[in-house]
Design a protein around this ligand. Structure first.
Ligand code: ADP
Ligand code: GLC
Length: 489
């Protein structure tokens, strides 16, 4: 199939979260299965530019209708392999910024314009490059408008789109692209699109809503999350639109995979020692290196908990913050926390790290690959108390490194982690709790630490089991093929 994958981020070019990992790994897995893949993404001069890439070609003048005028963008072309090419839309007024979406915790005021432009540019690029896709695969709100465009007279008449069906993948419904309705002006679409079955949302426009309701198929990144978002608690006011899709059999959940080549403790050159499920000796070396790197006492016997996360409400780390000091005061545990986001949380964690330097190490910011791989490998237990989690990748990275995830039972975390059972440690892969509150989280952390100290053979069995789980993309990619066929039904 000819598949065009439209995304606002992809590793290594630009990344704020898991969308970037998926937008690199899944197109690659689909290409390996023989499909023709084109990835369209913005050219972020300050992030992608830093990589000093060489390009295989340029498409100089891409005309993008935008409100009353036509803006001129450039396409940078990078061929990754015969059947996998990235097309970067370069338009510096919108994409030459110090960060991707926001600055100092506030969204850029022109984000509506930036991503309306990007979506329109993607449609124009498909025409200009003659891609003639069978599938237009859209990801999150940034590119959702493309599915509205595809059904609109602006594009539906082009032979290039005659055989095109759209797939809208929701990686996180907490972000929808909700803006003042005046922004409709920039889309080139008429007011007839401002209705409750398309872009209208409480008298504003909602780009993700339009994308969901116009797509031929909607998917999300785990099976449990696909069910959860049908409820008001998880649906962020789009539950009714999603129920409409589900009722027509057009909503699917496909759990993400991970890049098992990049995340492989047996070959990972970023680590001070390599290891496998058969021989875990190197993991102890990684733990010592992690303690040293983050200036914690090098003690093999102490349970070491890792966290690597955006500090966003979604991640439940406010609840972790509210029980952390009690544990730092009473318990002989170590914590390494790496993250960036909420300024209040950042300050709180930094304050606690200065008060308990023997037990808590904090790095605020975006860390490099070496440290994030070391954190996954060197921790004993990895904490993810998410309020909601469409899929989550870190729990799978940790399991691959024999680090046991401690997670809340929600979304993809519920689908990928098997709770510890003393009767069957060899079938368990982590620790699971249900209610997101201070008591419950603190008790689970203490419970995991008790098992770590008192039942080392259970921990070893769990580590080995976790490392043997198959999270590779190949199987996942085959499920997407099924989805693409269904989109054509
Ligand atoms: P989300 O996309 O919601 O942030 P995921 O678990 O799907 O959650 O993916 C998060 C990705 O971002 C992982 O690859 C994780 O390692 C990375 N990440 C998150 N915060 C940081 C950080 N501060 N430094 C480096 N990588 C980070
Ligand atoms: C989002 C979600 C995360 C998911 C990722 C990739 O950022 O928050 O749970 O793993 O997208 O699909």
């Amino acid at each position: 199939m000819k598949i065009v994958w439209v995304t606002s981020e992809s590793t290594p070019y630009a990344k704020t979260g898991g969308l970037a990992d998926v937008s690199a790994a899944l197109p690659e897995a689909l290409a390996t299965r023989g499909h023709q893949i084109s990835v369209i993404l913005p050219y972020y001069a300050q992030q992608t530019g830093k990589l000093n890439l060489t390009f295989d070609g340029f498409h100089a003048m891409l005309g993008v209708p935008f409100g009353p005028e036509t803006l001129w963008a450039q396409i940078r072309i990078k061929k990754l392999r015969e059947n996998l090419t990235c097309y970067f839309i370069e338009f510096n007024r919108f994409f030459d910024r110090s960060t991707l979406y926001d600055w100092n915790g506030s969204e850029y005021p022109d984000n509506a314009k930036r991503f309306i432009f990007f979506s329109r540019a993607a449609m124009q690029a498909i025409l200009a490059l003659g891609l003639e896709p069978d599938i237009l695969h859209l990801n999150d709100w940034h590119s959702a408008l493309c599915s509205v465009y595809l059904k609109s007279p602006l594009y539906s008449g082009f032979p290039a789109f005659r055989n095109t069906r759209s797939v809208m993948t929701i990686h996180n419904i907490g972000y929808q692209g909700i803006y003042d309705k005046g922004n409709l002006y920039w889309t080139g679409l008429g007011w007839e699109y401002f209705n409750y079955m398309c872009l209208e949302f409480y008298d504003r426009i909602n780009l993700l809503k339009g994308g969901i309701l116009c797509a031929d198929i909607v998917s999300t990144v785990s099976r449990t999350y696909a069910e959860e978002i049908l409820s008001p608690e998880y649906g962020f006011s789009l539950d009714s639109a999603l129920r409409h899709c589900a009722y027509r059999g057009r909503l699917r959940g496909i759990t993400n995979g991970i890049n098992t080549k990049e995340w492989n403790p047996a070959t990972d050159s970023r680590l001070p020692a390599r290891y496998s499920a058969k021989n875990l000796k190197g993991k102890a070396v990684c733990k010592a290196a992690l303690q040293k790197r983050f200036e914690l006492p090098e003690r093999p016997e102490v349970p070491l908990f890792g966290i690597l996360s955006r500090l966003a409400y979604q991640k439940g780390l406010d609840v972790f913050a509210s029980c952390l000091e009690d544990m730092l005061y009473h318990d002989d545990f170590q914590f390494v926390l790496v993250g960036a986001g909420d300024p209040g949380l950042q300050k709180h964690f930094q304050y606690l790290a200065s008060k308990y330097p023997q037990r808590l190490a904090v790095f605020i910011g975006y860390t490099n690959d070496i440290d994030s791989h070391l954190l996954e490998a060197g921790s004993d237990i990895f904490i993810m108390p998410s309020r909601y989690e469409p899929c989550g990748l870190n729990q799978m990275y940790s399991m691959r490194y024999g680090t046991l995830p401690l997670v809340r039972h929600t979304g993809g975390l519920a689908d990928t982690v098997r709770n510890y059972s003393p009767d069957a440690p060899g079938k368990s892969t982590g620790f699971v709790f249900w209610d997101l509150n201070t008591e419950s989280l603190r008790n689970t952390i203490r419970w995991a630490a008790d098992i770590f100290r008192d039942s080392p053979s259970d921990i070893l069995a769990m580590r080995k089991n976790a490392m043997r789980m198959d999270f590779s993309w190949d199987h996942t990619a085959s499920l997407y093929e099924g989805l693409y066929h269904d989109a054509h039904q």
